[in-house]
Write a protein that binds this ligand. Structure first.
Ligand code: ADP
Ligand code: MG
Length: 392
């Protein structure tokens, strides 16, 4: 496991601390549409502020190719201030002499938010000049952006090479939860995977299959596995180029740990109001599309989740955004809430499903990161975490 300093090792009072948070939230009409990540980031910022540090927060937002007013962090500043109950001063650049002057003029306990780090072309290239510019703003660096540490950028790796750095409490909580899932979690250990593409999660299946007791697979990705077993899947989502790989896993030594749906909800069209019907997996009509797991499968999967000692869930069981196809995802979410073991959920869409059902507070760990969690579960090292080790 990775090793790093934590906030307890820093003495931030009186220092200027640059915090990399993950404030990459959806915006709608210039306002924050979902403030989950802001609420999760708040604790670390508040702890540094009340410890008497000058707090300079930075984050990326979306994928701008350069400065783009639509992807300004200004709405995030406002929401951060409202939620935190403290003033947040929005700085309208990422680095440079004006930013340095503003930071120098701030007082201990002040919170500032830099502009979107991806307004700087150097960010995604881990450009040394940008990293130098970020490092000039502070005495210490706190990495708290779990959702971003799988990328080697200036605000994740470059700056952490230059300033004495620690992992923030949110990052530590994330790493500990995933570490638990990769260690020796309480059994039965159940993993539930769904979502759109099997290609996104093949590495996770491969790395976790030897560790789990059961792996339950639904969502769009299950149809590639069903197709590999020779089932007719109609117009359902199948990634032809993945069929051979998943067949190898299904036929491999731990293939019998994989549970696939026995029934599915199908519709004629990929649309919210296309009438839904339930069919066995052997009976999917050629002109129909599978959009959710069926009720028998939902009952089986739910029972396995409820009785688990530890569960990790990533990826909805169906197109939960549409009521007609949300039942499977809801059943798994409710079973997660009822399970008395350790329950962890990763993935942006899975997290929003859980929140849609009002169950976000009912799991042991709701991850703020999608890709970073998947990379950890694939057995990869995260560059933004590995870089912290040098400061031990
Ligand atoms: P997460 O963000 O939790 O990792 P993904 O991004 O992998 O999840 O997948 C989420 C998407 O998968 C959702 O938008 C959902 O509508 C879609 N999905 C789930 N089941 C199906 C299906 N049977 N056919 C097509 N898309 C599906
Ligand atoms: Mg997603």
């Amino acid at each position: 496991m990775a090793a790093y300093l934590t906030l307890d090792d820093l003495d931030p009072g009186g220092s200027t601390v640059l915090v990399r948070s993950d404030l990459n939230v959806p915006l709608e009409g210039g306002e924050v549409a979902d403030d989950f990540r802001i609420r999760m980031a708040l604790g670390t910022i508040d702890a540094l502020r009340t410890a008497g540090a000058k707090v300079v927060v930075c984050s990326h937002l979306g994928r701008p190719k350069g400065p783009d007013p639509e992807l300004s962090l200004a709405p995030v500043s406002r929401r951060l201030g409202e939620l935190g109950g403290f003033a947040v001063h929005q700085i309208d650049a990422v680095v440079g002499s004006t930013v340095e002057t503003e930071v120098a003029g701030a007082s201990p306990g002040d919170v500032m938010l830099l502009e979107n780090t991806r307004f700087e072309a150097g960010e995604t290239k881990n450009d040394p000049e940008l990293s130098d510019g970020l490092a000039r703003l502070a005495d210490l660096f706190v990495q708290d952006a779990f959702g971003s540490v799988h990328r080697a950028h200036s605000s994740t790796v470059g700056v952490a090479e230059r300033l004495r750095s620690a992992a923030g409490p949110l990052l530590v909580a994330e790493l500990e939860s995933f570490g638990f899932l990769l260690g020796d979690p309480d059994r039965p250990y159940v993993v539930v995977l769904g979502g759109a593409k099997v290609s996104d999660k093949l590495g996770v299946i491969e790395n976790l299959l030897p560790r789990v007791d059961r792996m339950l697979i639904g969502g769009g990705m299950c149809f590639t596995l069903l197709a590999a077993l020779g089932h007719e899947v109609g117009n359902s989502l199948v990634q032809e180029d993945q069929v051979d790989s998943v067949r190898r896993l299904l036929e491999g030594p731990q293939g019998d740990r994989i549970a696939l749906p026995s029934d599915v909800v199908v519709a004629e069209e990929f649309s919210a109001d296309s009438p839904a019907s339930v069919v066995g997996v052997g009976e999917i009509p050629p002109d129909m599309t599978g959009l959710d797991i069926g009720p028998d499968t939902a009952a089986d999967f739910s029972a396995a989740v409820r009785e688990a000692g530890s569960v990790f869930w990533n990826g909805p069981m169906g197109v939960f955004e549409w009521d007609n196809f949300a039942a499977g995802t809801r059943a798994v979410a409710e079973a997660m809430a009822e399970c008395e073991g350790f329950t962890a959920v990763g993935g942006g869409d899975s997290a929003s499903a859980l929140r849609m059902f009002g169950l976000a507070d009912s799991v042991s760990h709701l991850s703020t990161g999608g890709g970073a969690g998947l990379e950890l579960l694939e057995g990869e090292e995260l560059p933004g975490v590995a870089v912290l080790e040098r400061w031990l």
